[in-house]
Design a protein. Structure first.
Length: 168
């Protein structure tokens, strides 16, 4: 259940609201251009929500200084995998990319490309966060990518079940 604090944090931030408003305006026409009707519209809506949640901050402090520590985190496998999925934030990062990758897999049927694009998007989002003073984290890239893998598996299972039809 959403509490009023979570809702107010969204409503009180014009960058988040701007991206969400733009997403609301563009989801239908862009999603229809992607083809396959509702999954295309849903993909654009989910992508917009992911970008709104991850690329904004109340008061950005633009600096390249945050990029070096962020990139250095990728060199420490223990840091990247320690406590995998052990916090609500880590689970949220998995959940953030799961529907995005599932919808992308349903649209394009290129699972390896979807996972690679999701990992790349996550890497860029976290680099952007490091640049705007929001502390990008390589652990988030790992969890987002795992969520993308799960989403791709779910979509492939859906596609496979549609092909085989109901069991007799």
């Amino acid at each position: 259940m959403l509490d009023s604090g979570v809702i107010w944090n969204v409503v009180d931030q014009w960058p988040v609201l701007s991206i969400l408003a733009l997403t609301a305006v563009l989801a239908w026409p862009l999603g229809r251009r992607l083809g396959r009707g509702a999954p295309g519209v849903a993909f654009v809506a989910v992508l917009g929500a992911v970008l709104a949640a991850t690329t904004t901050t109340r008061q950005p402090e633009f600096s390249l200084g945050g990029l070096h520590p962020y990139l250095r985190e990728f060199l420490d496998p223990v840091y990247l995998l320690d406590g995998f999925g052990s916090t609500a934030e880590k689970l949220a990062n998995i959940g953030l990319f799961l529907p995005l990758a599932a919808l992308a897999t349903l649209l394009w049927r290129r699972p390896v490309g979807v996972v690679a694009a999701s990992a790349g998007l996550s890497f860029l989002i976290e680099a952007w966060q490091a640049y705007i003073g929001r502390a990008g984290d390589a652990v988030d890239v790992v969890h987002n990518t795992f969520g993308a893998i799960l989403g791709t598996i779910v979509a492939l299972a859906v596609v496979s079940s549609r092909r085989t039809g109901p069991a007799h």
